[in-house]
Design a protein around this ligand. Structure first.
Ligand SMILES: Nc1ncnc2c1ncn2[C@@H]1O[C@H](COP(=O)(O)OP(=O)(O)OP(=O)(O)O)[C@@H](O)[C@H]1O
Ligand SMILES: O=C(O)c1ccc[n+]([C@@H]2O[C@H](COP(=O)([O-])O)[C@@H](O)[C@H]2O)c1
Length: 202
């Protein structure tokens, strides 16, 4: 395995939570723990994005976002990574294909909050993402109804499971909406309140 890449054995199921994590907060940690438990994941890798292709705003430096993520998410089976920067990928489909090639025998599940399902049809090759990995959509305050009515939810309606439990063993396309107690936290709110300081020496 290449230096800087997490280790996963054949047969494992690894959840991938991509995000700007600018900054990481309790909402991220909460959905990670819940997804691990409810989907029976062996590990979760946070993919701290070099830059969301749909966001014009430049995020805080990667090292600061990773350090904050590791402070927030302390769990032996969760790895906070800069894999996309290492792979040189920014689009999720590309990242998934690269990881699947690098980790034969490991099954990946894409995790995202319900707000991301609402605009998922704007992502590069979004239909192909659903065709290469099972997708779990985690409830988020204010996004439930819009997510259920989203273009992606409608397009893949016939591929939705009632619950998350069966997701790990199914061949894509398959997805589930995971209802769970919600944590009302967001990075933009933390930034707006001036609660995110980063940079050397801060
Ligand atoms: N409180 C939350 N509940 C459920 N999912 C969440 C929550 N916060 C973030 N997520 C999900 O985690 C992933 C990464 O989120 P991201 O890093 O963009 O944080 P954010 O709080 O949504 O940021 P911003 O407010 O800047 O948009 C996304 O899939 C997002 O939907
Ligand atoms: O591949 C795409 O076109 C694409 C478009 C928008 C967002 N994403 C990914 O979605 C994840 C969540 O992004 P964010 O900024 O909402 O935290 C992160 O992994 C992004 O790279 C991916």
């Amino acid at each position: 395995m290449r230096v800087g890449f997490p280790v996963a054995a054949r047969g494992m199921v690894v959840g991938l939570l991509g995000g700007s994590f600018d900054p990481a907060h309790e909402g991220h940690a909460h959905i990670t723990r819940e997804a691990m438990k409810r989907l029976g994941l062996d590990q979760v890798w946070w993919l701290v994005s070099p830059g969301n292709p749909l966001k014009a705003r430049q995020p805080a430096p990667m090292a600061d976002r990773i350090a904050r993520g590791r402070g927030i998410m302390r769990h032996p089976r969760v790895k906070v990574t800069d894999l996309e920067a290492r792979l040189g990928t920014r689009f999720t489909y590309e990242t998934l294909v690269r990881l699947q090639a690098m980790y034969p025998g490991v099954r990946f599940v894409w995790l995202m909050g319900a707000d991301n399902l609402v605009q998922f049809h704007r992502w590069d090759r979004w239909r192909d993402i659903l065709r290469v990995v099972p997708v779990a959509v985690l409830a988020r305050p204010g996004a439930g109804v819009k997510a259920r009515l989203s273009r992606a939810a409608q397009a893949f309606r016939g591929k939705q499971l009632d619950r998350g439990e069966g997701l790990r063993g199914r061949r894509p396309p398959v997805w589930a909406f995971i209802n769970l107690p919600m944590v009302d936290a967001s990075s933009s709110e933390i930034r707006a309140q001036g609660g995110w300081r980063f940079g050397a020496g801060t």
